[in-house]
Design a protein around this ligand. Sequence first.
Ligand code: AMP
Ligand code: ZN
Ligand code: FE
Ligand code: FE
Length: 292
Amino acid sequence: MRIDLHTHSRVSDGTQAPAEVIRQAAAQGLDVVALTDHDTTEGWAEAGTAAVEVGITLVRGLEISTKHNGQGVHLLGYLPDPTHEPLVAGLRKILDGRNSRIPAILERLNELGIAIHADDVRRVAGAAAATGRPHVADALVALGVVRDREQAFDELLSPGRPAYVNRYAAPLVEMIRILGEAGGVAVLAHPWGRHAPSGMTVDDIAGLQEVGLIGLEVDHQDHDPEARRALAAIADDLDLVRTGSSDYHGTGKKDHELGCNTTEPEQFERLLSLAADAAARSRRTVPEVVVP
Ligand code: AMP
Ligand code: ZN
Ligand code: FE
Ligand code: FE
C-alpha cells in the first residue's frame, strides 16, 4: 500500500489539473492520494471523478493557511463537510486576503523597476481558486525576470525580500475546531518545515491536541532525518497519527515527486477511524473516502 496524503493541483499553486494529479498518482502505483490544495475544496469534484476512472482511493483534503503565536502554520484538513458554514466563511476570508495581496506585491515589484501587471499573473494563474506568490513567481518567469519559482522566492517574494507582502491567515486553534465541527480531522503540515523556522515545541503540540489536533506530518521533504526521528517520537509519545507525504506541486516545487514520502497503512487506518468518529459526532455529511 502506497499512501500520499498531501498534494496540490492548479486549483491552488500546483501545475496540473486535479484529474491529472490523480491519474499520475495511479500510474505511479499509488493506492491512496489526498488532494490538499491551499484554502479551497474546489478540486474535489474533478479529482473524485478521475479517482473512480483510474481506481485509486481519493482522500478529500485541503491545506489551510493559519497563524499561531505570530507564526504562519499550515494545517491539513481531511474529510470535512465542505458546506459547513464556518469553514466556508473562514476559507472565504483567507482567499480574499490572497487576492487582495497580489496587487500589493505587483506594486512593490513595479517600484523595483520590474514591469509586471495583474494580467501577467492572471494568465499564469488560470482558473486557480487560491492565488498566491507562486503565481506571481510564474509570471516573473514568463516575463524572463527570473529563471524559476525558486529564484523568484529567494530574491523577491520570501519574507525579508523586497516584494514580500503579508496576508491574512486564520487562527490555528479556531481552524482545528472548525474542521472537527465539520466532521473532519486536522493534521499539522510540515511542523518543522523551512517556513516555520522556530518550530513548534512538544508543549505547543500537546496544547493543540487538546483542542482536537489528531496528527503530525512527520515524513516531509522539509524535515531532515533527525527532525523526522524527533517528530515521530513526539507523535508516538502523544499518541498522534504520523503521516508522510510528498507535498507534490507538479513542476512548481523541486524534490517533491508524488510518493517521495508515504504514510504507513496502520497510521492511515487510524486517521480514517478518527475521521469516522468526527463525522459521527458532527452529524454532518462528509465526503466518501474509498473510491470503488
Ligand atoms: P503563498 O501561499 O502565496 O503565501 O505562497 C506560499 C506557497 O508558495 C507555499 O505554500 C509553497 O507552495 C510555495 N513556495 C514557498 N517557497 C517556495 C519556493 N522557494 N519555491 C517554490 N514554491 C515555494
Ligand atoms: Zn503550495
Ligand atoms: Fe505547506
Ligand atoms: Fe502543501
